[in-house]
Design a protein around this ligand. Structure first.
Ligand code: APR
Length: 233
């Protein structure tokens, strides 16, 4: 049994668009009608924690009404042929629900809360959970397990380690404007093929193969391409 090639995939809001979850920059700076910096920044959280808790309670509850799309499902299917690692900027749980087995969330997860006094202590919660600044779990006050703007991205280093080991790197549905996530591309070894699926790619980095399609159409094309080119290795 030959060792499977390491396929590292970096996904953004675009992969969840066809599941009905809105992207960020297609909505001129609003996220579900809220100014992003009011609900997704450390200052916004300090200014109005009740608003921020409620914002993520609404986003979490909305997960009950969406499902993984074929792009998420094809990424799971590729695990039959490749050692697949998904690095996502998304806070939804669609990669988990599609069955992907190795997922790294750079910006946190809607389906979790975390202790205010210990950022590595997280608690899985169900979609209906409504947290407030007064919510206590196991004796800890909690907050949404979301990385806000103006906060560090603790999972970035582990993500870089994965990208450094990639034999193939795929980017799906991200505008490549938010750092450090957008910098992951810089850590791909020379000679490693890079594919970028996006209907309106913001910028086309040097040497990247762009598939100007939606996530579902682009993944269907890439799935066939990867199996033809690498599937029997
Ligand atoms: N299929 C694939 N890509 C799509 C689709 C689709 N159906 N629809 C839109 N896109 C692309 C857009 O062209 C854009 O390039 O998805 C990308 C979405 O970009 P953003 O809205 O900027 O989302 P993202 O890159 O994930 O944002 C990064 O910014 O707001 C913060 O923390 C938040 O994780 C988020 C980060």
């Amino acid at each position: 049994m030959t060792k499977k090639l390491k396929l590292v995939v970096s996904t953004g809001a675009g992969i969840s668009a066809e599941s009905g979850i809105s992207t960020f920059r297609d909505a001129d700076g609003l996220w579900e009608n809220y100014p992003v910096m009011d609900v997704a920044s450390a200052d916004g959280f300090a200014r109005n924690p009740v608003l921020v808790h409620n914002f993520y309670n609404e986003r979490r509850q909305a997960l009950a009404a969406v499902a993984p799309n074929n792009a998420h499902l094809l990424l799971h299917k590729l695990e039959d042929y490749f050692d697949v690692y998904v690095i996502t900027q998304n806070v939804d749980d669609l990669h988990e629900r599609a069955g992907s087995s190795k997922i790294l969330h750079l910006h946190g997860e809607l389906a979790k809360l975390r202790a205010l006094d210990n950022e590595s202590l997280t608690f899985k919660v169900d979609y209906k959970t409504k947290s407030t600044p007064e919510t206590v779990i196991d004796g800890h006050r909690v907050r949404p397990h979301i990385v806000f703007f103006q906060e560090a991205v603790p999972m970035f280093e582990p993500a870089v380690e994965l990208v450094r080991q990639a034999d193939i790197f795929v980017i799906i549905g991200t505008s490549l404007v938010v750092y450090p996530a957008a910098a992951l591309l810089n850590y791909v070894r020379a000679g490693v093929p890079v594919y970028y699926i996006d209907p309106k790619p913001s910028r086309v980095p040097q040497g990247v193969t762009v598939i100007r399609k939606t996530a579902t159409e682009g993944m269907a094309e890439l799935y066939d391409l990867l199996l033809k080119r690498y599937g029997n290795e």
